[in-house]
Design a protein around this ligand. Sequence first.
Ligand SMILES: [Zn+2]
Length: 146
Amino acid sequence: MDEFIKLLNENLDYVDHKIIDGVCYITVSSNRKAVNCPFCSKTSLRVHSTYKRTFQDLPIQGHKVIIILLNRKMFCDNPECDHTTFGERFEFLPSKAKKTHRLEDEIIRLSLNCSSTAASEILSKNVVDVGKSTICSLLKKRKACN
Ligand SMILES: [Zn+2]
């Protein structure tokens, strides 16, 4: 399981997992010692607190996957920075996102050749619970990028 988590990001450590109603919940934590403030880039070693951030990732062995990240809130000690604290960020997960980039890629791949209604049905069976409107907005977002 740790290998699967490291594929997502090498700064994540596997903590534990449980399967409830066919959904695999994986708890992970960060192994970074120092974290850079996203606002001023200064390095911080001081942890303010930890909070849970949940998001969906690729399925494992037919189980939908929800990752529970024990996300850290850090202090920024730079007196010139506008922020005294900040949440640790990861490039695989845009801030506020509920799905990883690699899961979004998979949703798009499976949705390209069928209607969003059909895609939603197929995906909800064993990949991820995703609505038709989310699929449409993902497709639109990516087309805008290309
Ligand atoms: Zn800062």
